[in-house]
Design a protein. Structure first.
Length: 373
């Protein structure tokens, strides 16, 4: 895929700072915790610890945060772990020594930063988490997308399409699931399984693709070769699904929805490339997750409530948001697997009719944030 991500990837270790109230933004070329003048004084700075720019959605999360934090006038810095767990742990530990105003982080896996969060708790440093929950410590706010709902909706699309094709809910489905070290991938798989278990005449074949494009392509290629009667394929994120898509194409089985022999294809995320494949008629659907907004909403909740010592409201209202959504509100609830309030953004199904809706996360990321794909 073409990507403006090239420019973003060249700035993997980019950090940004803006002095509150003056709007003078400062960019830096490395992931050092020093300012350009070499000062080690980080008192009052907000740190975003981002997991990487490997995927389109991850780049959009960082870009949207950068845009919102800049408009808000925050003093902030972005560190990027390049999808390296050890590097992310070290970054968190380093930031803890800088007397930060807050740490906002998305974990590469859900357990690796628990000890770091507890250290931040002991130092009374607010911690916000986005996209991938951290399952330990006291978290001031967690913002993610409803991954359980997303998995369910992806499965529902497949069930609906199988019924249209076969007259009933039956058929063989390949699910190339993601890395189960991630809470996100666990929930997406669980949601998918919860729906499929209701239909005894649907056989689900599972293969692990770890959420990786090449691994998912290999897994799908092997499964397709061993099972000529697969009628539907699924992967739990668009990046992985591109590999599955390529496996279907390499097997000579890529056909449009209206053509004989079409394999039902459904993904998750709603990236622009997937939206285009749906519009072109090759994919049946995906599920929109508002991943672009999760880091920025985390900062919004800290700025409006946590920094002011105010109680959070019972709901997050879309009408009051910096972003536009296809839903009206969502509950702010207490998490059960970790300590702290939790906002889980609703998801919705995407088909050919709504694939190019400007409120879809993929369209916003491409058209407003300007991230090419």
């Amino acid at each position: 895929m073409k990507k403006r991500l090239l420019s973003v990837l060249l700035c993997v270790a980019m950090t940004a700072a803006m002095v509150i109230g003056c709007g003078a933004k400062e960019e830096k070329k490395d992931d050092s915790t020093k300012t350009e003048s070499g000062s080690e004084d980080k008192d009052g700075k907000i740190y975003l610890l981002h997991k990487g720019l490997d995927y389109y959605a991850w780049a959009a999360m960082q870009e949207a945060f950068d845009k919102y934090a800049g408009d808000l006038g925050c003093d902030y810095e972005i560190l990027n772990a390049e999808n390296d767990v050890s590097k992310q742990v070290e970054q968190f530990k380093t930031v803890l020594t800088q007397n930060p105003k807050a740490i906002i982080v998305t974990a590469i896996d859900s357990e690796s930063l628990i000890d770091c969060v507890k250290e931040a708790n002991d130092a009374d440093i607010p911690v916000g988490v986005y996209d991938t929950p951290i399952t330990g410590g006291d978290i001031d706010i967690t913002v993610d997308c409803d991954n359980l709902m997303a998995g369910q909706q992806a499965a529902e699309i497949i069930v609906e399409k199988l019924k249209e094709k076969n007259g009933e809910e039956k058929g063989k489905v390949l699910n190339v699931f993601g890395d189960l070290a991630s809470q996100v991938m666990q929930e997406r798989k669980q949601g998918f399984d919860n729906v499929m278990e209701k239909y005894p005449n649907i056989e689900v074949i599972e293969a692990s693709g770890k959420g990786d494009r090449l691994l998912s392509q290999d897994a799908a290629s092997n499964a397709l070769a061993a099972n000529e009667d697969i009628e539907a394929v699924h992967a739990p994120c668009d990046n992985a699904f591109y590999g599955v898509y390529e496996a279907v194409e390499a097997a000579g089985k890529l056909k449009k929805v209206s053509e004989e022999g079409h394999i039902i294809m459904v993904s998750l995320d709603g990236e622009p490339a997937a939206l285009d494949r749906i519009s072109e008629g090759y994919m049946d659907g995906t599920v929109n997750l508002d991943w672009h907004a999760v880091a920025a909403i985390c900062l919004e909740m800290m700025d409006k409530y946590i920094f002011e010592g105010k109680d959070l409201p019972d709901t997050y209202e879309a009408k009051d948001s910096y972003f536009k959504f296809s839903w009206d509100s969502t509950e702010i609830k207490d998490a059960t697997e970790w300590k702290g309030p939790w906002i889980s953004l609703p998801t919705h199904k995407i088909n050919k009719d709504n694939a190019q809706d400007p409120n879809n996360s993929g369209r916003y990321s491409a058209d407003v944030l300007g991230i090419e794909y």
